[in-house]
Design a protein around this ligand. Sequence first.
Ligand SMILES: [Fe+2]
Length: 274
Amino acid sequence: MATSARRSADAADDWTIDQDWGAYTPAEHAIWDRLFARQSALLQGRAVAAFLNGLAVLQLGTPGIPNFEALSERLTALTGWRVVAVPGLVPDEVFFDHLAHRRFVAGRFIRRPDQIDYLQEPDVFHDLFGHVPLLADPVFADYMQAYGEGGLRAAKLGAIQRLARLYWHTVEFGLIRTDEGLRIYGAGIVSSHGESLYALEDPRPPRIGFDLKRVMRTRYRIDAFQTAYFVIGRFEDLLRQTLETDFAPLYGELEGLPDIGPGEVAPGDRLIGI
Ligand SMILES: [Fe+2]
């Protein structure tokens, strides 16, 4: 998601474009296959079971960059979501509106071979491999729609930045507690080889129990691994809090509280061991 973007000439009013799947080169498909093989192997025992299940039921392991149409057919049958292509970053309200209508917007370009380990702008590997498997999970699928609806309300209240922090610390960089131990569910982590290891196994970043208010006070960095991670219990709790919280007074309350820096441990934080 993001702000200052310009709609390209071939984009529709909702910023969507044709994926133009036939235009991918064999070299581009090979980059997907290389990234997929490496991450799907690494994430066994590290990603939450719902993510790994999503990879399987959506057949994301089929060689080559997925065709959004075929993928959307499988996804719609499971949870009613679709994947649509956009030229890159889109304005926040466009992004929220798509989510509120169960459409996930994805970049269609794939990184170059020299960007295998890192690139700042989300490409089709980040967007599809990172985000779409959990959209096959009914509860997480509902959370993403609720987030989109909340985003549209936040835009009217001038509180997009607060809500963007919730997205960042859950959808992009969230960890979850399971009976088997901590697992990854954030798209920014699962699509990064280095951060998949760092987020779960490095002793340095604190893992902090999720608290909605705390998360919305927490700044983040976009140019390096996160310096702290927030840990949820279950997707059901995340969905319930998002649906049951009256965000309007909460945004007002947060105005009076200072931000918390990335990686900072605050009084009252629940620290979770690895
Ligand atoms: Fe993302």
